[in-house]
Design a protein around this ligand. Structure first.
Ligand SMILES: NC(=O)c1ccc[n+]([C@@H]2O[C@H](COP(=O)([O-])OP(=O)(O)OC[C@H]3O[C@@H](n4cnc5c(N)ncnc54)[C@H](OP(=O)(O)O)[C@@H]3O)[C@@H](O)[C@H]2O)c1
Length: 287
């Protein structure tokens, strides 16, 4: 039985949909916080069980009969994220899984200023320590995050943010396809190369694409980290959110998201979606 966590989330659900095209339905089980939201999968023959990273007993039930468990990283930071991931790893091992897959990030690094990066690095350490065979899928930066990073630039014509660096934007659908293929074929092992799209673009490049797609000119304006923080706080962002953004800009300046790697394209057997493709879908434009 292949167990997928986070199957009501964007990446987890896309992984399940891809897996359904690769293995018999009765080999797939999902571990979700709210089984009601996965009734459609149950109706199609997928086993649906409640599993919460904060409730080890629920995971014991959800991971029953596991041959592999794919842990979709939780949308949490710091100690909480690590505790949840450790619980999921421990329970996958206890269920007898022969292999654990984990959705890490290309920037995983204990010293990174980007808040999720040390959490991913610490989870990879926990995977190593588990003694179970594992694959840590070092996913590229989500392309769906690119347009939100522009703030209200489409309306104002100005993309105001600190200096940044290139990012190898990567589509959820391609990462999901790669994860499903990895669950069924043996190419990857341990920590993977970065699984990325084919082009690294900074915010000016993102703004250019969004301008072309929307027909609205956008000027990139660079401000200091301090000014950007003050703007975010003035607009009502909590301190933690402001720190997350500033960490992103600092890490991107260090090149943490810049590496473009051919592994994703090879795995999925086609060129990954471009940022332009994803922007068009995000903005629902058909140009
Ligand atoms: N590569 C990148 O650039 C990037 C960017 C942003 C985030 N991420 C990471 O990628 C993950 C998946 O992305 P996504 O777009 O699919 O996010 P998403 O749609 O928000 O999905 C997050 C999933 O985490 C699950 N979850 C949350 N708390 C949980 C808990 N206590 N126990 C079990 N599951 C829990 C949710 O489960 P339910 O559906 O059952 O509630 C949800 O399915 C994120 O959670 C984050 O760690 C990566």
């Amino acid at each position: 039985m292949i167990i997928i966590t986070g199957a009501n989330g964007q990446l987890g659900r896309a992984i399940v949909e891809n897996l359904l095209t690769l293995v018999p339905t009765e080999q797939i089980s999902v571990s979700v916080q709210n089984p009601e939201k996965a009734r459609d999968l149950e109706q199609r023959g997928v086993r649906v069980r409640r599993g919460d990273f904060d409730d080890a007993e629920s995971l014991a039930h959800a991971f029953e009969g596991a041959s592999q468990v794919l842990i979709v990283s939780a949308p949490r930071l710091g100690e909480q994220a690590l505790r949840q991931h450790r619980t999921a790893i421990d329970m996958a091992k206890a269920a007898g899984a022969q292999r654990i897959l984990y959705t890490s990030q290309m920037a995983a690094n204990p010293a990174s200023p980007f808040a999720p990066a040390p959490d991913h690095a610490a989870t990879e350490e926990a995977l190593r320590e588990s003694g179970v065979a594992f694959i840590s899928l070092r996913n590229g930066y989500y392309a769906s995050s690119a347009v939100p990073l522009l703030g209200n630039a489409i309306e104002t014509g100005e993309a105001v943010a600190p200096e940044d660096g290139p990012v190898a934007w990567t589509a959820h659908d391609d990462l999901a396809r790669a994860a499903a293929i990895t669950l069924t074929k043996g190419e990857l092992n341990g920590i993977t190369p970065p699984l990325t799209g084919t082009e690294a673009l900074d915010l000016a490049g993102v703004a250019e694409i969004v301008s072309e797609v929307t027909g609205r000119p956008i000027r990139r304006i660079i401000v200091s980290d301090d000014e950007f923080r003050a703007r975010l706080i003035a607009n009502g962002s909590p301190e933690a959110v402001a720190n997350m953004y500033l960490g992103y800009f600092a890490a991107s300046r260090q090149g943490a998201f810049a590496h473009v790697d051919p592994t994703l394209a090879r795995l999925i057997g086609r060129p990954p979606m471009t940022l332009r493709d994803v922007v068009k879908v995000t903005l629902q434009m058909d140009k």
